[in-house]
Every structure is written in structure tokens, then in C-alpha cells.
Design a protein around this ligand. Structure first.
Ligand code: CO
Length: 396
């Protein structure tokens, strides 16, 4: 069998996604993959077009060899753009292998270690009362774990907004860490006392704190027994994770912008974190992320795969397949995709009572409707920026 073409599909059914179809010389046999990189979708699409000719004519079954070919084809290895491009192709090759074997991808990876993957969803509100209401609605849907946030992306640290200079670019938020940390402690005092001890609570600090502020926050949230505190620090701080670690026993999660084993290893080996958020679509695909989770195992680090709405339906299915088979599964983030996304990519993993189920169909069990995708052309979009009250770009 040979790879004959790699189709790149950039579409915006409610938000932008980058999908691929890896075509073969067997009639009707192809694999679907995803490499969506929020805010950089056209660049990943071009990277896929650039590396695709290297795999034409090759046997799609040779996943490991193709992975190394794509990783080492250039002197400039790694980085988010290339790793997302490799991921898209790698995921599609696993889909092909599953279709040929007539088995779901989780079977090819070793078989189920659990029937379903526990998820957390997002509760939010302008204050702790609204957030409590939002959390109760999520718990009523069967979720046992809820991420709680107040205010916007930067919590109640967002104290103002500057409109965009150029139409079509995002506004800039004005952020201050002190009101943010104070509001988070108040939020969890309220949520834990009203929702009780049985529910798992999570919080995302979105990488906005310096090391000492992070340590103070982890310590201040300790009484409320979080499942984890996510991204208190930017991953670039590295060694400063030890400061946060030593300050408290609040479990720590990081890694949603990690793209390789080399990002993860120091945090594993130093036992600075409890959960790793890397997932197939940004970490080089199923092949590499499965290995990274094996590297995590002896250091007691569990998976907590990033599952915001910019990880599409194919990316989610790849995460669920890996997390169905690894022994060190932790939790999966869940957000519902915009409704048109379910027309463009059909066969999404089923969500029941706060758990995602791996597809039982061969491969990943997902298809891409190219005609529907073409109805939703790419819309230029960027990620937002934070500035401090004095106008400085927020650098922590
Ligand atoms: Co996050």
C-alpha cells in the first residue's frame, strides 16, 4: 500500500480547524488527522503542504519510520508548527492502520485499560454565586469534576479592556495579579463550602503569575483540596516550578503548550508536577504522546489532556484513544464544540454522564465532510494579549 496524497482542509465551522486526509492507492481507504494550532492555523497548513511530498509513495503502515522521517527531515526540528503538522499526519496514519485491521485505534495501542475517560468541564461567572450556579448545571449533567473560574480569561484580575487598533484583531485586556489571586481564594472558599467534599474542583491560572505569586496562590488554595491547579506559571520558568512545588501540596498541572518529550522530561524527573497536559495534536501525534505518557509513569505523573474547543473532534478522539489505554490516566478536559463542527467532522466520541467513550468503529471512527468544510471558509483570528494597568505588556 502507498500514500498517494495528503489533502489539507482548513475550515471554520464556528472556529478554525486544520484537518488532513491522507489518501492511499487502495480505493476508498484514507485516514483523517488534525493539527489545529489556535491562532496559527494557516501556518500549520503550509507546513503540512511542505512536508507531505516526503511521504508520497511510502507505506502508510510504517508509522514509526514516517514519524522520524518527518521529525528529522529538516535541520530545524520541533516547535509548535512542525509538531502540529507531524501530528496531523501521524493521527491519520493510525486511522488508516485501524481501518485496515478493522479495529478501533485503542485496540492497536494495547486495548482498553478503562471503559471511559473521566472529564471535567468549565464553570464560570462574574462572581462566586454565578460560578456556583454554573458548576451545579455541570454536575447535573453527570460531571464529577468542574473547573471553576470567575471573571474573564484572567479572572477578576482583568480590570479593563482596550479596543483593537485594527478591525479583525483582538482587544487587549488590562490585568493585575493581586485582585486575581484574592478572588480565586474567595471563589474556592465559597464553592467548596456550597458544593461539598465529593466533587473534584480544578482551576486554571493561564500562566499569568510570577513564581512567588504562583507559590502564594497554590498555598492559599490548599484548604479547598483542588484536583489540580493548572498553569500557575509560564512553562518557560522551568526551575521556578520547584518554588511552587515546595510551597504547598496543591497538585500541579502543566503542558498544554508543550510540543515534545524534551519539554516534559525535566518536570517529570524533578517531580515538579502531577499532571501533564500534552496531547496528540500538539505533541507530534499518537506515536509520540503515547511514549511521553510512558516516560511520565515512573514519576507518578498522570495525563490531563488539554481539551479546549480549539482541539477539534479528531484531536479529541486521538486523546481519548491514548487515554483509554495508558495506566497513568488522570482526567480529560471537555468543552463542547460549535454545532457546525459536528457536521464537518462526523462521528465524535460520545459524552455520557461526564465521561468520553472511545469510538468502537475502525480507526478513530471519524470522517471529514469536505463539502461541508468548504461551506465554512477560514476566518483570520488571533489570540488575545494582556497588559498591566500602567500599559506594560504582561510578561509573566
Ligand atoms: Co489551560
Amino acid at each position: 500500500m502507498k500514500i498517494t496524497d495528503v489533502k489539507v482542509i482548513v475550515t471554520c465551522p464556528g472556529r478554525n480547524f486544520v484537518f488532513v486526509k491522507v489518501m492511499t492507492d487502495e480505493p476508498g481507504l484514507y485516514g483523517v488527522g488534525e493539527g489545529t494550532l489556535n491562532g496559527s492555523e494557516p501556518i500549520v497548513a503550509e507546513a503540512i503542504r511542505h512536508i507531505s511530498p516526503l511521504i508520497l509513495g511510502r507505506d502508510p503502515h510504517q508509522i514509526e519510520d514516517i514519524w522520524h522521517l518527518l521529525y528529522r527531515q529538516g535541520y530545524w526540528r520541533g516547535g509548535p508548527i512542525f509538531m502540529a503538522a507531524i501530528a496531523a499526519i501521524d493521527i491519520a496514519l493510525w486511522d488508516i492502520k485501524g481501518k485496515v485491521a478493522n479495529l478501533p485505534v485503542y485496540q492497536l495501542l494495547g486495548g482498553k485499560a478503562r471503559d471511559k475517560v473521566m472529564c471535567y468541564s468549565h464553570a464560570s461567572g462574574r462572581d462566586e454565586i454565578e460560578c456556583e450556579d454554573s458548576a451545579r448545571r455541570i454536575i447535573e449533567r453527570g460531571f464529577k469534576a468542574v473547573r471553576c473560574q470567575v471573571g474573564n480569561y484572567g479572572g477578576q484580575g482583568i480590570i479593563g479592556v482596550i479596543p483593537p487598533l485594527t478591525p479583525g484583531t483582538p482587544s487587549t485586556a488590562i490585568y493585575e495579579p493581586t485582585p486575581y489571586i484574592n478572588s480565586a481564594a474567595k471563589l474556592f472558599a465559597h464553592i467548596r463550602s456550597t458544593l461539598g467534599d465529593d466533587i473534584e474542583l480544578l482551576h486554571d491560572a493561564h500562566e499569568q503569575l510570577d513564581p512567588i505569586a504562583s507559590a502564594r496562590m497554590a498555598k492559599s488554595l490548599e484548604p479547598y483540596r483542588l484536583f489540580f491547579l493548572e498553569d500557575p506559571l509560564m512553562p518557560e520558568h522551568r526551575e521556578s516550578w520547584s518554588i511552587v512545588r515546595q510551597a504547598s501540596v496543591t497538585p500541579l498541572a502543566i503542558g498544554e503548550i508543550f510540543t515534545s518529550r524534551w519539554d516534559c522530561l525535566p518536570l517529570f524527573m524533578n517531580k515538579w508536577i502531577d499532571y501533564i497536559r500534552i496531547k496528540p495534536i500538539h505533541g507530534g501525534g499518537i506515536t509520540e504522546v503515547k511514549k511521553i505518557l510512558t516516560l511520565a509513569e515512573p514519576f507518578n505523573v498522570r495525563s490531563a489532556m488539554h481539551g479546549a474547543a480549539d482541539i477539534g473532534i479528531i484531536g479529541q478522539a486521538a486523546s481519548v484513544a491514548v487515554q483509554s489505554v495508558i495506566p497513568n490516566f488522570g482526567i480529560q478536559e471537555y468543552t463542547r464544540h460549535p454545532e457546525p463542527a459536528y457536521e464537518v467532522t462526523t462521528g465524535a466520541c460520545e459524552l455520557r454522564e461526564g465521561h468520553l467513550y472511545p469510538n468502537e468503529r475502525p480507526g478513530l471512527g471519524i470522517d471529514i465532510d469536505e463539502e461541508k468544510a468548504a461551506k465554512y471558509p477560514y476566518q483570520r483570528a488571533y489570540m488575545p494579549l494582556l497588559r498591566r494597568a500602567d500599559g506594560t505588556v504582561h510578561v509573566y
